[in-house]
Design a protein around this ligand. Structure first.
Ligand SMILES: Cc1cc2nc3c(=O)[nH]c(=O)nc-3n(C[C@H](O)[C@H](O)[C@H](O)COP(=O)(O)O)c2cc1C
Length: 170
């Protein structure tokens, strides 16, 4: 799929078909994640892929009862194993790097006919306990992944380009 089409087609999917994801599709998506860029090529991202129904339902509860999270056949806990390196611009790089990898994931998912939804609303300690994630690992996002109930392309609510882009100076 053309990259611009994938970007336009991607939307937050909060309702999934009760249909498993083929292993080869999942592996292609994870490979797209692996190829993401990162500061100093640190590649601090780590992922826990969850297919087990009971665990998914518990993750949904840990995500402040967002039930649709557990309805997706796969939930991916997107984490960082990080020394919290600060770039010379003053920003920590790990949340940026994990976010880039997740964006690869969401766009690769679209090109495989799958849907995702970024989940930043969750109780980190509960997620860690459920998945046996060590203390020093940061859970950055949860990502349900599955076949969308409604594959229709949704109109995006976004600021206009003129509101977000300056040329030559602010
Ligand atoms: C960092 C981040 C965290 C988010 N957390 C949640 C969440 O916890 N629950 C949810 O339903 N949507 C969540 N979203 C989805 C946003 O609401 C959604 O991306 C935004 O409204 C734009 O809609 P679209 O994804 O359909 O284009 C999150 C998105 C991002 C990027």
């Amino acid at each position: 799929m053309d990259i611009y089409r994938a970007i336009k087609t991607r939307k937050s999917v909060r309702s999934f078909l009760d249909r498993d994801i083929e292993e080869d599709k999942l592996q292609r998506i994870l490979e797209a994640v692996r190829l993401a860029p990162s500061a100093k090529n640190l590649q601090e991202w780590r992922f826990v892929v969850v297919r087990d129904r009971q665990k998914r339902e518990q993750l949904a509860m840990a995500a402040h009862n967002q039930a649709f999270v557990g309805e997706a056949p796969v939930v991916i806990a997107c984490c960082a194993e990080t020394d919290k390196h600060v770039m010379r611009c003053g920003l920590e790089c790990y949340p940026i790097d994990v976010a880039i990898a997740i964006d690869h994931l969401t766009l690769a998912a679209v090109s495989e006919g799958l849907g995702t939804c970024w989940i930043g609303s969750f109780e980190s300690d509960r997620v860690k306990e459920l998945l046996g994630i060590p203390e020093d690992i940061v859970v950055v996002e949860l990502l349900p992944l599955g076949y969308p109930q409604d594959p229709a392309i949704k109109e995006k609510s976004r600021l206009k380009l003129a509101e977000i882009v300056h040329y030559e100076r602010w």
